[in-house]
Ligand binder design. Structure first.
Ligand code: IVH
Length: 673
């Protein structure tokens, strides 16, 4: 028997944890710190392990995942989960609208549409009996799906128990499980660190995560659920879609943030354009909008044909995937010597942009996809991501396609290439390879690096060909070669003097940019900033052992190895010394440990502030002991938002991190003076 006081405490803890989960995951307005939350959670775990009888199926501790399964059982949906007919152009939508109006003619009542986003994830159904989540399943073929209850229970935006004044005896809630794009990147980085397969896109990651036999794995994935339709319901009823969505929201579900109703089809068309324009900036993938007749009586009159309702239509965006002919494969050499096979394509338009090249990533991908020259291939382009070959349309093969083999020699410098065990990439081993040099310099000079304007690819190639630069440090010797350089094409006095100024200015770059600019393998802008703040100087960074490096959050063994390898390479030390001798400053950062009123607080800066430059704002924060990092996480304390903020603002809102505008930031500085 569980003592009464323990029983009460467990119930109270469950109530509190549910409440804070809701505030955190659904409302994005947490009230307590992560540490306080963890304390509640650990206390409940402790009680449950002492008294296993306490564990209820809706206890928040059950979100951590159950024992692995062999396979999923099937679940028959009580009413089919329908498909949607699709349109791709305004005229087709107008046809749909006309048909709907004809079928409803004489029935009276206004026709109203509700527009939802068409989420690109995995459709699922959740069955709640007397408020308790009893079954969760995939859509499957629409009639029968897979029972993935244990996995769905790990999704934080899915309530395990519904609370509210009048919970129906039975309610089936349908919707889509997705992974946010920003989270997807983080997940794939983790997969790389763990030597696991990376996911092609967020949809695959969501579907793959949900169909794990081990729900502990599902629990570790950042999944979200958006509710968008209702199946069976007993003990309550609704008269239209909008009302249902409002009810879902009141139950604590996430629903489409862009849900909107319209009576005029022209307005729907305008809204389609608006959403299409937002597509790339949303943090989740959508592939269109769904237009639904709002009124349930009208829906019933309209009925369905085959497996699709006549009362709804998906208006899809132009595909981000199209097919074309792969005319050739050429190999590019990157900054670290990696050889990347690139598909040269018969030009095609993908989502409004003409594409003639697409990445084939590496030899393994090439083999796995069995790509041959002359193949018809499916290519994909999403936002500003590099287009890639998704798959070969093998049914279009004629037999005349040619197999492609990765070259044994670097296509640029003819040096041997090697493939390091455990890596998918072939590399050119010649550190003086011109292609690598050009890429390294372009990286060094880039905005996130030393920010040296006036060094385009063509110029760098030319300088390398004339043997005026052999490494990044040589850039600072350019002024000495003025006469020679001015004789070259595409140069001029004005350009040269601007370049000199840009070089001079770059000698003062902050430590994080310098670290990024060096091009240490696997170190992007985020890690460069983490490293700068943690180690404070290049000299200190050089001294660190592998063990010391991996102690830092965000640095895994692969990154640690890259850092060690970089500083073990004598050539790199020579280059660093040469840079110093040309006057590049190796700045020291004030380590975040410094005592101050904002000690241990982490900040993100996004957008433009009026009264501070980025580095001034950073200095002010660091002076008070705070840290500025570059990627938003649950651990971020404040996000400072200026004008035209980036996706960090959106993400901060999602995570419920306090957001300050410039005035709020100033106040915080004054308060903490
Ligand atoms: S409503 C009959 N709403 O689209 C109503 N479906 O082609 C059917 N989907 O498998 C569901 N976003 O995966 C609806 N806002 C949305 C949706 C949506 C995505 C998907 C869902 C379903 C497919 C139907």
């Amino acid at each position: 028997m569980v003592p009464e006081n323990i029983n009460k405490r467990a119930a109270e803890l469950r109530r509190q944890i549910d409440y804070h989960n809701h505030r955190y995951y659904v409302l994005d307005q947490p009230e307590i710190s992560d540490a306080d939350y963890d304390r509640l959670f650990d206390e409940l775990l402790g009680l449950e392990s002492r008294f296993p009888e306490l564990i209820t199926s809706d206890s928040p501790t059950q979100r951590v995942g159950a024992a692995p399964l062999d396979k999923f059982e099937s679940v028959r949906h009580s009413s089919p989960m329908l498909s949607l007919n699709k349109v791709t152009a305004a005229e087709e939508f107008e046809d749909f609208d006309r048909r709907v109006r004809e079928l409803l003619a004489g029935e009276g009542g206004q026709l109203e549409y509700v527009v939802d986003l068409k989420f690109d994830g995995l459709a699922v159904e959740l069955i709640y009996k007397n408020g308790l989540l009893v079954t969760g399943s995939t859509r499957g073929d629409g009639t029968t799906g897979e029972n993935i209850t244990a996995n769905l229970k790990t999704v934080k935006t899915i309530p395990l128990r519904l609370s509210g004044p009048d919970i129906p005896e039975l309610i089936e809630i349908r919707g889509e499980v997705i992974i946010f794009k920003s989270m997807f990147e983080i997940l794939n980085n983790k997969q790389v660190e763990a030597n696991e397969k990376i996911f092609a896109n967020p949809r695959n990651a969501a579907a793959g995560s949900l169909r794990q036999l081990d729900s502990k794995i599902t629990a570790s994935r950042p999944l979200y659920f958006f509710a968008y339709s209702i199946g069976k319901i007993e003990g309550k009823s609704f008269s239209n879609h909008f009302e249902t969505m409002k009810y879902f929201k009141s139950l604590g579900f996430k629903v489409c943030e862009y849900l909107k109703s319209f009576t005029k089809p022209e307005k729907v068309e305008k809204y389609y354009d608006k959403i299409a324009g937002k597509r790339d900036s949303l943090d989740y993938d959508i592939d269109g909008i769904v237009i639904k007749v709002n009124d349930y009586n009208q829906q019933e009159i309209l009925g369905q044909i085959a497996r699709s309702p006549r009362w709804a239509i998906a208006w899809k965006f132009p595909p981000q995937q199209v097919t074309t002919i792969l005319e050739d494969i050429q190999v590019q050499v990157g900054r670290t010597g990696i050889l990347t096979p690139v598909a040269h394509l018969k030009p095609v338009k993908v989502a409004g942009v003409t594409i003639s090249r697409a990445s084939l990533h590496n030899e393994d991908e090439l083999k796995a996809k069995d790509v041959k020259i002359g193949d018809t291939v499916l290519i994909q382009r999403a936002g500003d991501v590099i287009p890639e070959v998704v798959m070969v349309i093998t049914s279009k093969r004629t037999g005349k396609e040619k197999t492609f083999k990765m070259p044994k020699k670097c296509p640029v410098c003819r040096a041997a290439t090697i493939r390091i065990e455990g890596e998918a990439a072939n590399r050119c081993v010649n550190p003086y390879c011109r292609a690598q040099l050009v890429e390294r310099i372009a990286h060094f000079a880039s905005k996130g690096g030393m920010d040296i304007d006036g060094l385009g690819y063509k110029t760098v190639e030319m300088l390398a060909d004339k043997e005026l630069i052999h490494d990044i440090a040589d850039l600072y010797d350019i002024p000495r070669h003025k006469d020679e350089i001015l004789k070259l094409e595409r140069t001029g006095k004005k350009w040269f003097s601007n370049l000199e100024k840009a070089l001079e200015k770059s000698k003062n770059r902050p430590l994080e940019n310098l670290i990024y600019a060096l091009g240490i393998r696997n170190i992007g802008e985020h890690l460069a900033s983490v490293i700068a703040q943690r180690f404070g100087s290049i000299e200190n960074l050089m001294e660190q052992s592998n063990e010391q490096l991996v102690q830092v959050e965000d640095i895994g063994p692969i990154v640690a190895d890259s850092i060690i390898a970089f500083f073990n390479d004598k050539r790199n030390i020579e280059i660093l010394n040469k840079m110093k001798s040309y006057g590049v400053l190796f700045p020291k950062e004030v380590l975040s440990k410094s005592e101050g009123k904002l000690t241990d607080k982490t900040f993100i800066l996004t957008g433009t502030l009026e009264k501070f430059t980025r580095s001034e704002a950073k200095k002010q924060i660091e002076k008070r002991g705070g840290r500025v990092t570059s990627s938003v996480s649950k651990k971020t304390d404040y996000v400072i938002v200026g004008t035209s903020p980036g996706s960090k603002h959106e993400k901060a809102m999602k995570l419920g991190i306090p957001i300050l505008d410039e005035a709020g930031f100033k106040e915080l500085l004054v308060e903490n003076e």
